[in-house]
Design a protein around this ligand. Sequence first.
Ligand code: SRM
Ligand code: SF4
Length: 598
Amino acid sequence: MAGELGSRGKPSKVELLKEASDYLRGQLPEELAEPGASISEDAASILKFHGSYQQDDRDERLKRKREGLDKAYSFMVRIRIPGGRITAAQYLVCDDLARRFGNGSLRITTRQEFQLHGVLKQDLKPTIRTINEALLSTLAACGDVERNVLACPAPIKDALHDQLQTDAHRFAAHCAPRSSSYWELWLDGERVEIPDLPPPGPSLVPTPGDDPVEPIYGKAYLPRKFKTAFSFPDDNCTDVYANDLGYLAVVEAGRIVGYNVIAGGGLGTTPSAAKTFPALAVPVGYVERDRILHVGEAILKIFRDFGNRSDRKRARLKYVIYDWGADAFRAKVGEYLGAMLEPSRPMPELEVHDHLGWHDQGDGRLWLGLPVDCGRIRDESRLRLLSGLRAFFERYGTPARLTCQQSILLIDLDPAWRGDIERWLEEYGIATVEQISTVRRWSMACPALPTCGLAVTEAERAFPGLMAQLEAELSALGLADERLTVRMTGCPNGCARPYNCDIGLVGRSAAKTEDGGNQPGTYTIYLGGRAHGDRLTRLYQDYVPFDQIGETLRPLLARFRDERLDRESFGDFCDRLGLGSERGVTAEAASQTLPPNS
Ligand code: SRM
Ligand code: SF4
């Protein structure tokens, strides 16, 4: 049972490390100051809380090993951007850093942030300092804490969109770690206040064990990462069901009055360990707008107190809820808050928008949503996206928004600029949404090789080849206009969310070229989710070689064309046919009621 699974086992090594780190210091200050290209594994674990991962160039690993050389180390730096909102000046700083200290590219993540890759150890401090000077942060972009808080980035000028962004920012500020180690380490103790992320206020749901420095987290922080998203039910562009905590706006008379709270989403899984599975969030209840911080804090603290601290594979909120049952979890939330939440309110039917193309903001200005393949902003032959966006922000100085589909929205545009902007797109070879296929528009891939230390095989680098296969199949079948969400990852961790879309492709085994280089290996095909993100995929076929993905899907796509019901999507069709085997947990499965062990 969950309580027993929770905090009672022997704490894992990472737990001991966090607890002994003196609020996220550990050996980090000393090791960063030492010469050498890398830091120890222990220091790297603490570095994650500061927003950076130690990585190495996996394309170089074998060659360097043969030559007796150490790995080619560098660091990934993740920039925390709640709700995906950035100014032109901030964009330009990120661009500078990518050129000066990174690998010449910026990457928009599936959680509305930027990542820099390839930063060398000696450049970490100037990089993170510069990010803070631009009034952005990397604090808690990674690590066992509340991660970047998501909100619909559409710059629609109505009360609703404004309220949703405001609430996401309030929540992000409230949950930020409070230890001063971040400022000591990167800014010589000088704290930078970020205007829309004020310093966190006092704890709102005091519990007996609250720590004086970190009242929400405690000395050992959370058992694992924790993710929160705010969303509209009729525009679930933040994929709220994949989050540990989700707030779905309840709207009355054009204003958000409160939220239906959902909890326990999470996609990471280890195929060989049946104790792990992807899960979608389940309903918890309704909360008025002015109590969202209280409810969120209570849920974070339940995870802090009952999450599994001995087995990191099973240390996500979804497992607490699964082990206890959803009713018992709701009761525990009521206990922490001193009152049960009201039942969830009715909501409109779920929909999703990608916000690409030209749109009217409602204030006389326009926004232009640009697709970015795998979120990678770089210059590559005719497509000069890095240089193009730099020129754009230097010229217009208007802000931008990042989406959870790895794309960018250029906002607050004067309609009179449209002709010039269209010429600018052509000059830099930047494709608009009308110029790419529908399948590409709705697809994503994670970074995988060569930077990700956990990748089994390729994803981002295999993406163009995957698109070519699918575009050919879909065109041949007359399905080119079908909205198909295809998401590819280099391993089962699920970073591009392959477990709740139409077609998920998950890296299964590696493949090497004759000279030992990396190439796309085999993939597991998952089917039957949908663009709305509220249904899990099922495992359809395992170990499919990369170049056979298109032909494996061909017969099924043909059947879909011939046998689909009116307005049925491919995912709905696969679900109706019951294709594949279950590999996840739904709201129904989690609704058993076992008492939490308190
Ligand atoms: Fe992720 C680990 C990249 C979104 C589940 N993820 C990683 C690491 C840091 C690899 C590592 O631990 O060494 C990857 C860095 C690769 C690189 O070179 O950049 C990585 N994850 C990403 C990004 C960049 C993928 C992308 O295509 O954009 C996304 C960054 C989001 C952000 O800005 O914070 C990213 N990761 C996700 C998501 C999707 C989401 O949150 O909406 C998930 C699934 C949801 C979830 O959390 O369950 C996800 N990432 C994981 C997991 C599995 C966690 C689990 O519970 O098992 C890992 C592995 C881990 O934590 O040990 C992981
Ligand atoms: Fe790396 Fe796997 Fe995440 Fe892809 S899904 S970024 S390979 S951890």
